[in-house]
Design a protein around this ligand. Structure first.
Ligand SMILES: NC(=O)c1ccc[n+]([C@@H]2O[C@H](COP(=O)([O-])OP(=O)(O)OC[C@H]3O[C@@H](n4cnc5c(N)ncnc54)[C@H](O)[C@@H]3O)[C@@H](O)[C@H]2O)c1
Length: 336
């Protein structure tokens, strides 16, 4: 049962304007759909860089209900124009690949750190009344000292992406604390569902696993597959963004998102094969460059957002994976 009122959410966003950076991507486009349903006026900004998760098909059913601006969040003139007049900023544009951040650290720095500062400067100068929610990541904790990981856990990123996302979130907190530009941070764990990138593992390995399964190829699980992770269905994550935007209790705060049913990767692969009705998985040696930035076991303590904002994940893993498989069985060709 959900602990928040749909009517309250509806009246919060009705006739309000919202800018979603990374709005053609996986989570951003699912969020856009919810905001449109609430009657918000929604603008999406996305660069559509092919290696990232942006895809115009993600908004095919709402394209006449949103404004789309194909530009780059590194462009200060675009951002100056785009933040003006907005009530809410959902700041999701990002370079998401951990491996790419190691191979091309400066692009990751530009997008995940410098551009975040640029966006906040645009807000400070042209729209200080905006409320923003920043999409951060559990990656910034690095290898956990203890499980489940709460927000007090030390931050020790194991890759360039983690360091830059950490900077991105601290810029938001700083602008909240120093300039009063209301901002909060959600640290997402692995998020999955319809509209995720499945072409490769740049966004998340699970997307690529789904592609392999649908194309009749074995899923490759690295190592012995005993690494534990938790997974949130995208609708639950969207709900967290909406709650964080709607509540002033979130201002200046950092919240973990997580799930109640952590699972090891081998069991996850087995479950996917079972739900798909066919397919197989195999264990393969960990590629050394991936092993070097692996975080071992991780799952989240999300009690903070539960007590402050009333958020909790509602989608069981089996049901969420089934819905995701159905989506890609039908629409895989739109995500090649
Ligand atoms: N999906 C997850 O499991 C997960 C986990 C932790 C954090 N996050 C964070 O959530 C956010 C959204 O992730 P997602 O899973 O929807 O990935 P995504 O790749 O689908 O979305 C990111 C979007 O940002 C756009 N983008 C990238 N660089 C840009 C730029 N310079 N200018 C404009 N647009 C740009 C991409 O085109 C893409 O559409 C990201 O910031 C990511 O770091 C996601």
């Amino acid at each position: 049962m959900k602990s928040y009122s749909m009517e309250a959410m509806d009246s919060t966003f009705r006739d309000k304007s919202a800018l979603i950076t990374g709005g053609l991507g996986f989570i951003g486009s699912n969020l856009a759909r919810r905001l449109v349903n609430f009657g918000a006026s929604v603008t999406l900004v996305d660069s559509l860089i092919p290696e990232y998760g942006g895809n115009l098909f993600n908004i095919a059913d709402i394209e006449d209900k949103v404004r789309v601006n194909i530009s780059d969040v590194r462009d200060k003139y675009s951002m100056k124009y785009l933040v003006q007049g907005q009530d809410y900023l959902f700041n999701l544009a990002g370079q998401t690949s951990h491996m790419d951040s190691m191979q091309d650290p400066f692009t990751d720095l530009e997008i995940n750190a410098k551009a975040q500062l640029l966006i906040l400067e645009a807000c400070r100068k042209y729209n200080p009344g905006i409320k923003s929610v920043f999409a951060s990541t559990r990656q910034i904790y690095g290898k956990p000292d203890y499980l489940p990981v709460d927000e007090k856990h030390p931050l020790r990123p194991v890759d360039v992406n983690g360091i830059n996302k950490m900077a991105g979130e601290w810029y938001h907190l700083l602008y909240n604390n120093v300039y009063g530009i209301r901002a909060c941070v959600l640290r997402l764990t692995n998020t999955y569902g319809p509209r995720m990138r499945v072409k490769d593992a740049r966004q998340m390995f699970l997307g690529f696993w789904i592609r392999l399964l649908i194309e009749g190829n074995p899923i490759q699980v690295y190592g012995d597959g005993t690494q534990v992770r938790d997974f949130n269905y995208v609708d639950d994550v969207v709900e967290a963004f909406l709650l964080a935007a709607a509540s002033d209790k979130a201002n200046g705060e950092v919240f973990n998102l997580g799930a109640d049913d952590p699972i090891c990767l081998r069991d996850l692969a087995e479950l996917l094969v079972e739900l798909n009705g066919r397919g197989e998985y195999c264990l393969v040696p960990f590629p050394s460059e991936r092993k070097a930035i692996d975080i071992g076991n991780y799952y989240t303590d999300y009690s903070r957002i539960r007590s402050v904002l009333g958020w909790r994940p509602t989608m069981p893993l089996r049901e969420g994976l089934t819905r995701t498989l159905t989506y890609y069985h039908n629409l895989h060709n739109k995500y090649q």
